[in-house]
Design a protein around this ligand. Structure first.
Ligand code: SF4
Length: 247
């Protein structure tokens, strides 16, 4: 199976481990091994095409989310310095002699996970809530909630690993370590982008939670920009298959 030219070597190294939503299952050896050939290649290709469309639509939602945050800022609902605060999170890892888990970006990612849990707990307490939003999400929000839940505990370990990689660069310089940190940071950024898009879709549906949803959007936006400052090469990192066509 590993000799199949359709497969993209190493595609799973910088993926988000969400095979159920991956647009490359037909080209991933890891997936094929785990699926043990239960699905035909045609079925996988159809599945991939559907997922590709799903992420395209989520990409459109991200554009709206970004516009939405800028509009709120333009209305004056956000303090001007609120949008600039990424500098307080973006201490370059090389200057820190701390455990990567203590890096401000890692702490912010952990804080985000807590904010998500609090948001869902509060939504279940709303007067008109009949059942748990997580257990029984409305159909039209099901996908957004899936996105939020999938990445909720994904972003933190990715940021920790990226910071660890960056810290190790000092001890053992090498391009591989730098590339790995950038690739890992890129996956964290993608998870943040997608979470932002999903939250922007929830925002208008829960007016009673408007303030906490806005706090989450701002927090994620700040984290996103902080990670970009700490890992300036991350966005340009090319993941085989996902970012570059593979023959
Ligand atoms: S590349 Fe896709 S199919 Fe392969 S492990 Fe990652 S998410 Fe799953």
């Amino acid at each position: 199976m590993a000799d199949d030219p359709e497969l993209i070597p190493g595609i799973h190294i910088y993926c988000d481990r969400w095979c159920g939503r991956c647009a490359y299952t037909s080209r991933c050896l890891q997936f094929r091994l785990e699926a043990e050939g239960r699905e035909s290649n045609n079925a996988l290709q159809n599945f991939d095409a559907l997922n590709s469309q799903f992420w395209q639509e989520m990409g459109d939602a991200l554009v709206l989310a970004m516009r939405f945050i800028r509009d709120i800022a333009a209305r004056g609902d956000i303090e001007a310095d609120e949008l600039q605060r990424e500098t307080s999170l973006s201490v370059p890892p090389a200057t820190l002699q701390l455990d990567a888990r203590e890096h401000p970006c890692a702490i912010a990612a952990l804080l985000y996970a807590g904010m998500v849990n609090e948001w869902f707990a509060a939504s279940d307490e709303l007067p008109d809530a009949e059942e748990s939003l997580l257990a029984h999400p409305p159909l039209f929000l099901e996908e957004s909630i899936q996105v939020i839940r999938h990445y909720n505990y994904f972003i933190y370990p990715k940021i920790v690993r990226a910071v660890e990689g960056r810290l190790s660069e000092g001890a053992a310089s090498g391009r591989d370590l730098r590339d790995d940190a950038s690739g890992t940071a890129k996956v964290a950024l993608i998870a943040i982008d997608r979470s932002l898009a999903a939250w922007s879709l929830l925002y208008k549906e829960y007016p009673d939670q408007e303030d906490s949803t806005l706090s989450i959007l701002l927090h994620l936006d700040r984290l996103r920009r902080s990670v970009e400052v700490v890992f300036p090469e991350a966005r340009a990192f090319v993941r085989q298959g996902f970012d570059a066509p593979h023959p």
